[in-house]
Design a protein around this ligand. Structure first.
Ligand code: MN
Length: 191
């Protein structure tokens, strides 16, 4: 198998009550595993057989793009959390957020508004361009900022499978709770 499930740096129940153990077991253990299995099957015999994940997301379309995008999205997502997370970013990322969004509270407000207003299934992303300029994107379905030549820093999954067991239809409550488990050191390492 070319692509494999990333190892989580926390126990499956460690993010509760923000994300329950049941949701992690399904979302990480079943949904992400399925995207990875599908991708591994789909690329056999194609020009993507030996490509890295980001190259596949940049250059593919159709089912390969959907499954590669979701594999990349979730690899970033699940490695952006910590039971000791929360607080605010520091260093260069904090400076960039302040210069572009005014302050961290306003950034959170704009990011949450993007996540909550995204219609249907998709992702809200914080991304940077080659010059380090930040942007907030609303990406449908399984797309990722790398498809637009940007570097993904932080993604909130707003597919219903990410929150329905724990929050039912209350997407805004889920998005608001996620800030408490963000591992800003992991996010800063991508900037
Ligand atoms: Mn998901």
């Amino acid at each position: 198998m070319k692509f494999e499930l990333p190892k989580l740096p926390y126990e499956t129940g460690a993010l509760a009550p923000v994300i329950s153990q049941q949701t992690i077991e399904l979302h990480y253990g079943k949904h992400l595993q399925t995207y990875i299995n599908n991708l591994n099957t789909l690329i056999v015999g194609t020009k993507f057989e030996n490509a890295d994940l980001e190259t596949i997301v940049k250059e593919s379309d159709g089912a390969i793009f959907n499954n590669a995008g979701q594999t990349l999205n979730h690899n970033i997502y699940f490695l952006s959390f910590s039971p000791n997370g929360g607080g605010e970013p520091s260093g260069k990322l904090a400076e960039a957020i302040k210069s572009q969004f005014g302050d961290f509270e306003n950034f959170k407000k704009e990011f949450a508004a993007a996540a909550v207003s995204l219609f249907g299934s998709g992702w809200a992303w914080l991304a940077k361009d080659a010059s380090g300029k930040l942007s907030i994107l609303k990406e449908p379905n399984g797309s990722n900022p790398v498809a637009k030549g940007l570097v993904p820093l932080l993604g909130f999954d707003v597919w219903e499978h990410a929150y329905y067991l724990d929050y039912q239809n209350r997407r805004a409550d889920h998005v608001s709770a996620l800030w408490d488990i963000i591992d800003w050191k992991a996010v800063e390492s991508r900037y």
